[in-house]
Design a protein around this ligand. Structure first.
Ligand code: HEM
Length: 958
């Protein structure tokens, strides 16, 4: 078994020496091989923290990797070939084989990432729904992390499906309930019907004791923060205005994000731009979050009392001092703003339990609820409860299709596919949504949401049409679809009902979205080779073109580890081995015996059966903790800085290099988005947002308009709110640990002062470094310093390098003045991380959260694993998801970063839904890379035009 266990890892990550390395590096590599794989930490305090031994660093990245080991940031970012071509081993121009230095760099990075995922799975799952005690104690001799069914995941009596799943007896979803993605998300896991459904508690990734630090319930939290924290302490609007506001060189041309009359191109709102990521990518992630989570109900928080939101105090020395009117005017904040409080589901003290002499809390001090389904089920389009479903409009005479109507006579072949209808007065909506396109999740609507909802509604209908075409051509052929009530009965193409086809199209669109996110959005967000390989391995597997190895690994994963009651096998090695075959489709084939190579034995056939619940459900793994998003996950998606204030508007049927208008995003807020879409059309917005760079996630880069957003529902004097400040308040209301403890909880190293944010790779005299030093000065001014007390231990998540507890002095001498870095709001902390791996549009702390939760989103979902089958998706649906659309796979003609690549899934959707964009898209490899950028060179981040776009003004702008 052990040999098998190393098969995948060793095949990918062979860490032998190569002949091009220096003698010292070769020696280090030899030592590394001798010492073997490091064990996965047994205790939380023994975690790997993304830091490797000196010889490991030297073997994988030479002297540079060794030099930066002393920083708190992950080591792999300094390995060979993990950045652009300047990171290649001297004298090399390609990655070469696994054995050479560049190969060792990449493989080493992948290995580090896999260790991180294993440790995250082991140490960061804290369920709030009542299963945590069993997770720690186990049940009937089965270790907690290997448990697969939980009482708290049973359907309650008041659920209409209660009797159908077995009522008071053992519950198992069957029949209609397992055919498609259900409206409220029940029965995805057929043995845990309620998992991931609407209204489930958000989980946590941090130890419960580390949540809600400002309640002061935990001694370590009190030691960590003294009495310095509160809902409005430090003042969130002061933080927003000092640390988050975009600096304007010509404020009169920006006008707080409102632009200039007539959408003049003279308008200008400065923002720090990411050269390798476009505005489509910004709105993509908002579109995703609307699918995954929401704290609000029908667009509002707790009704009733409005609460103040700061702009009242600043820190002076160690105390708070009221702001003077002059200071308020200078900051530009608003003391009279008010907002509704966040919903809290449970705020009574949690129960506790003891196990092996250790006392634990059974849940966090308070809990919150997800008001949408947690599954990647396109619920923002199709609905998550009966109210939201009423907002989804279907064609009255053809209910398989979403209702789309062409507008006017605009040119472009996509136009005839139409646009979503507008809400009617009879629709169940919050009045603020009046005038918007009708869709399930209408909140915070803007041109970006309008764009994606129209796009995927068109895609839905195109799938339906393709299916109908197939049905017309081969009416009696097997569609692949089956009804679990009559599993042996073939359903011919012509017999598929409108209702069935609607639900199949939903499955297909959801899977396409998940695929776009995994292999197109994320590799562009994290634009380097390790993450390209890592994300593709999550989906297709690392051995995509080597089916034999892939099949072998899949067997090992599902049949051995998936069924294991040993928690180590059940979880850790499962995760490693899943990178072999990929998570998508895991367990969707079953052979009579467990023979590893059965797939290639012509006498063996796939015996996966709809009648066997263990086949239907067999590919999923929740790692012992029911799937829902953790509250900490939401904070890292507070990405408002991505949004520019003004959209550089272009038109596809005139010269696309010309910016014709600068349209404020706020002028597309809510119903105005619908108007802007109707007037200008999907293809023009696609082109405009496809070419424009989005905002960097860094300090002083929040959109002006979001700091001054008018929300008419607010009963306050200003009716305005600063969303950047509100982001901090919400995290405080929901008890997200502050930045340094957040990092420790996730297995990343502690920072000991604000100076640790400065990127040590920059030369001492570089302007970029001077700017970082300026911003660090502001952090110190806003969050302050205190005299430290070394007797106060502040965490149980980690120890110092020498094994001693981490105390209030963070390694500084007792009694010295140290930065209040423990108090830093997490969202401000990750914006301050100037040190990042190459091509990372997010910080390493955010990324750490994604490693765990992005994988779980796939691992836990039956429809992405064992139920990705024709019985649910139809034959056409399976092919559509696998091939990125109809007509088989399509390849790009050129290599991309040394890889042969398929025409990307979003590019295919864009080409289908807007054929008029074909000439523009011809140059695009990843739809989230600015469309006119020259992508030349290995992971180049250069901002320079591709051939044909030289006259595009955007390129004269840094
Ligand atoms: C036009 C653009 C946008 C507007 C007007 C907007 C506005 C808002 C508002 C009003 C809230 C609710 C605050 C509250 O009461 O708790 C919010 C929450 C949020 N926004 Fe945005 N937003 C925009 C873009 C984005 C983008 C691009 C992202 C990227 C992921 C994003 C992520 C979030 C998240 C994660 C939350 C918290 C949701 C929750 O608590 O469940 N937003 N936004």
């Amino acid at each position: 078994m052990k040999r098998e266990m190393f098969l995948g890892v060793a095949a990918i990550l062979l860490l032998l020496t190569g002949c091009t390395s220096s003698i010292q590096e070769l020696k280090s590599c030899a030592e590394l091989v001798n010492s073997g794989f490091r064990p996965v930490a047994r205790e939380r305090t023994e975690r790997f923290l993304g830091k490797v031994q000196e010889n490991t660093a030297e073997c994988r990245g030479g002297e540079k990797a060794v030099r930066f080991r002393s920083t708190p940031y992950v080591d792999w970012a300094n390995y060979w070939a993990t950045a652009d071509s300047s990171s290649f081993y001297p004298g090399t121009t390609t990655i070469g084989g696994h054995l050479g230095p560049n190969g060792r760099g990449i493989d080493g990075a992948l290995l580090d990432l896999e260790y991180q995922r294993m440790e995250l799975i082991k140490f960061n799952l804290f369920d709030n729904s009542g299963t945590y005690e069993e997770y720690i104690k186990g049940r009937n001799g089965v270790a907690g992390p290997a448990l697969k069914v939980w009482n708290s995941m049973r359907l309650p009596k008041n659920n209409p499906g209660y009797e159908a799943v077995g009522g008071d007896g053992p519950q198992l979803c069957q029949g209609e309930l397992i055919r498609h993605r259900t409206l409220d998300g029940i029965c995805n896991d057929i043995k845990n019907p309620v998992m991931g459904s609407t209204g489930q508690p958000f989980a946590r990734n941090a130890q419960f004791e580390a949540t809600f630090p400002d309640l002061g319930k935990d001694e370590l939290a009190r030691n960590r923060h003294g009495d310095r924290l509160g809902l409005l302490k430090p003042d969130p609007q002061v933080i927003s205005r000092t640390l988050l506001t975009r600096q304007q060189s010509r404020p009169e041309k920006c006008s707080d994000g409102q632009g200039l009359p007539g959408y003049s191109t003279e308008a200008s709102c400065d923002y720090k731009k990411a050269p390798f990521f476009n505005v489509l990518a910004a709105f993509w992630i908002q579109f995703m979050t609307h699918d995954w989570f929401s704290h609000m109900e029908e667009g509002h928080n707790q009704p009733g009392v409005m609460m103040p939101v700061g702009c009242t105090h600043k820190l002076v020395g160690n105390g708070e001092k009221p702001l003077t009117p002059e200071e308020i005017a200078k900051l530009g904040c608003r003391p009279d703003d008010r907002i509704d409080r966040a919903y809290i589901a449970e705020d009574k003290d949690p129960a506790s339990f003891s196990f092996l002499g250790k006392k634990d809390l059974a849940r966090a001090y308070k809990t919150t609820q997800n008001t949408v389904t947690a599954w990647w089920d396109a619920s923002q389009i199709y609905g998550y409860d009966s109210t939201s479903r009423q907002r989804v409009k279907r064609v009255p005479v053809d209910s398989a299709k979403l209702l789309l109507t062409p507008i006017g006579q605009r040119p472009g072949n996509g136009e005839k596919l139409g646009y979503l209808p507008v809400f009617q007065s009879s629709d169940p909506i919050n009045p603020q949504w009046t005038g918007q396109e009708a869709t399930a999740f209408p909140d915070n609507w803007s041109i970006g949401m309008s764009f994606y909802h129209n796009l995927f509604a068109r895609e839905h209908n195109l799938f339906v049409e393709a299916f109908r075409k197939q049905a017309a051509a081969t009416p009696d052929a097997d569609s692949g679809l089956r009804n679990p009530l009559r599993p042996d009965e073939m359903i011919r193409y012509k017999d598929v009902s409108n209702e069935e086809l609607f639900e199949v199209a939903r499955l297909v669109v959801s899977a396409e979205i998940a695929k776009i996110h995994t292999i197109e959005w994320t590799p562009q967000l994290l634009y380097d080779e390790p993450l390209y390989l890592g994300m593709n391995s999550n989906w297709h597997g690392l051995f995509r073109d080597k089916d034999l190895v892939s099949a072998a690994l899949e067997k090992i994963v599902v049949n051995n580890f998936g069924k294991s009651e040993d928690s180590k096998k059940a979880n850790l090695w499962y995760s490693v081995f899943a990178s072999g075959p990929g998570i998508f489709g895991l367990g969707n084939k079953v052979y009579r015996d467990d023979a590893v190579f059965a797939k290639y034995d012509p006498r063996k056939t796939d015996i996966w059966s709809l009648k066997n619940p263990d086949h239907v459900n067999g590919g999923i793994n929740h790692f012992g903790s029911p799937f829902n998003f953790p509250e900490e996950f939401i904070t890292v998606y507070r990405l408002h800085a991505l949004v520019p204030d003004l959209i550089e508007y272009r038109e596809w049927n005139r010269d696309p290099n010309v910016i014709r208008n600068k349209i404020p995003v706020v002028e597309t807020f809510r119903g105005k988005a619908t108007q802007a879409m109707e007037e200008r059309g999907l293809a023009n917005w696609a082109l405009s947002m496809g070419r424009q760079r989005l905002g960097l996630l860094t300090l002083q880069n929040h959109p002006q308009f979001l700091q001054n957003l008018t929300l008419p529902r607010l009963s306050s004097a200003t009716k305005k709110i600063d969303i950047a400040a509100l982001d901090l308040i919400r995290d405080r209301e929901r008890g997200v640990p502050r930045f340094n403890e957040f990092r420790r909880q996730y297995g990343l190293k502690t920072l000991t002062s604000f100076d640790d944010f400065i990127d040590q790779r920059l030369s001492k005299d570089s302007p970029a470094r001077a700017e970082q030093e300026r911003l660090v000065g502001l952090l110190r001014e806003v969050y302050g310093q205190h005299k430290c007390d070394a007797s106060k231990i502040i965490t149980s998540a980690q120890l110092n390098d020498d094994g001693s507890p981490i105390n209030d002095c963070l390694g500084h001498p007792n009694g010295s003045m140290i930065d209040n870095i423990e108090d830093l709001d997490t969202a401000v902390g990750w914006l301050s991380e100037f040190t990042r791996p190459h091509g990372f549009a997010i910080s390493e702390t955010q990324f750490q959260v994604f490693i765990l939760n992005a994988s779980r989103r796939l691992f836990s979902d039956r429809f992405f694993t064992s139920s990705f089958r024709p019985e649910f998706y139809t034959n056409l649906g399976v092919a559509w998801v696998n091939d990125n659309g109809p007509d088989g796979k399509m390849m790009e003609k050129d290599l991309s970063n040394g890889h042969e690549v398929e025409v990307s899934p979003l590019k295919r959707v864009l080409l289908r839904t807007m054929p008029e964009l074909t000439p523009e898209l011809e140059h695009v490899v990843n739809a989230f890379d600015p469309w006119a950028r020259d992508r030349d060179g290995y992971y180049s981040l250069q901002w320079k035009p591709r051939k044909g776009a030289e006259s595009d003004n955007a390129f004269s702008n840094p």
